[in-house]
Design a protein around this ligand. Structure first.
Ligand SMILES: *Cc1c(COP(=O)(O)O)cnc(C)c1O
Length: 390
């Protein structure tokens, strides 16, 4: 159908515009073959009362934090005619200070990099160190975004495996690295969706094997949930000094409760960071994002005050799930993988029908629940009793 419309701008008749509404011409698009038929990845975003599906921090920022963020954005807004600081020196300094305080490892600002979420940080790593003819390696089950970074950078993708208890066997890891000769190894610690953290000796074994790969290999330890680790669980930041091919990724999305701000970062050697500066888009971190992140970091103690409570709640839920005869993985993160169900989809749906959204992910039969407030967890417990005891 063809429609005609006469437009008048400021009372002056402008030339007749022909609007074609249908049928729409069908364009042949030169879509990359590996993207054909794919749909965008992501957990369902549903409007239900209890959201325990994407490992967010359930506690919103306090009034004081909101006010300071708003003031910082207001100040930044006055300069939005200018591009932001491309190298975000002030934010990198604040992040280095935070990491030093959190882990006890001294870091300089030029060992820190940031982007719009740690997903973008890791994409930068693949852009710099992956690419056609190269391979990225991880060990399943793990974070479902990793193969997407590989695909989007035309990097080959290989998955080794984790043991039955989801630990990473250092010998299997070293052998796989020797065989595959990847240019990037991606390891989540604590791992998503299992909650498993890597002991330092395993990370060391991976780093040693990576150091022997001809042409070099960067090891990325994704510590998105690092702040939730149990007492005595180390951070790979401790290994940075001895290993220039190590990058430790962190995020403000989880412990900091700032998923909506989109700020992720990493610590690595200056050489790694300099490579990432080459591939980033110009001014990738907006002045508003930088202002929000810095204002939030100034409140880090308050923002993270809930981390201890969330860890305690997590430990209680591991025990509780086991006490009711289910399996639950030990977790160093703010979620618990539990099961094993013959029909996990039915359990997931039953919970959803009762207003509780969790995540259907991980190996067959398992489900993942993010740790929410005590009220949200009580709702989850009640719903689970109804669904599983039927
Ligand atoms: C949530 C998560 C991230 C963080 O993503 P952002 O882009 O920083 O929000 C990174 N890695 C893993 C394994 C995660 O689960």
């Amino acid at each position: 159908m063809v429609q005609e419309a006469r437009h008048h701008a400021f009372g002056v008749a402008v030339p007749r515009i022909v609007v074609v509404t249908s049928p729409r011409p069908r364009a042949e698009l030169p879509l990359r073959a590996e993207l054909a038929g794919l749909s965008p990845y992501g957990a369902p975003q549903l409007d239900v009362p209890v959201l325990l599906n994407v490992n967010e921090n359930p506690y919103p920022p306090s009034r004081a934090v909101v006010d300071d963020i708003a003031e910082a954005v207001r100040a930044a807004a006055g300069g939005l005619n200018r591009y932001p600081d491309r190298d975000f020196a002030a934010l990198r300094g604040d992040l280095a200070d935070y990491l030093t305080a959190e882990s006890g490892v001294r870091l300089d600002p030029d060992q820190v990099w940031a982007a719009n979420g740690s997903n973008e940080v890791m994409l930068h790593l693949l852009q710099a160190f992956g690419g056609p003819g190269r391979t990225a390696l991880s060990f399943a089950p793990t974070y479902s975004m990793y193969p997407e970074y590989a695909r989007d950078t035309s990097t080959g993708w290989v998955l080794g495996r984790r043991a039955d208890d989801f630990a990473l066997d250092p010998e299997h890891a070293a052998e796989t690295i020797a065989e595959v000769e990847p240019s990037v190894v991606l390891l989540a610690s604590p791992n998503n969706p299992t909650g498993t953290a890597l002991p330092l000796e395993v990370t060391r074994a991976v780093l040693d094997a990576a150091a022997r790969v001809p042409g070099g290999c960067v090891v990325v330890v994704d510590e998105a949930y690092g702040e939730f680790r149990r007492t005595g669980t180390p951070s790979a930041l401790e290994l940075l000094d001895e290993h220039p091919h190590l990058a430790v990724a962190r995020t403000m999305s989880k412990a900091f409760g700032l998923a909506g701000a989109r700020v992720g970062y990493l610590a690595a050697s200056r050489e790694v960071v300099d490579a990432l500066r080459v591939v980033r888009l110009p001014y990738h971190l907006s002045a508003v994002t930088q202002a929000v992140a810095r204002a939030a970091l100034a409140h880090r103690d308050e923002l993270m005050a809930q981390v201890g409570a969330l860890r305690d709640e997590r430990d209680r839920w591991v025990d509780r799930l086991r006490a009711r005869g289910l399996r639950a993985c030990d977790s160093d993160a703010n979620f618990v993988l539990f099961g094993v169900f013959d029909d996990r989809h039915a359990v997931w749906q039953g919970l959803l029908d009762r207003g509780v959204l969790i995540r259907e992910t991980g190996p067959d039969g398992w489900l993942r629940v993010s740790i929410g407030t005590p009220d949200e967890m009580a709702a989850f417990g009640t719903a689970l009793d109804e669904v599983v005891d039927q």
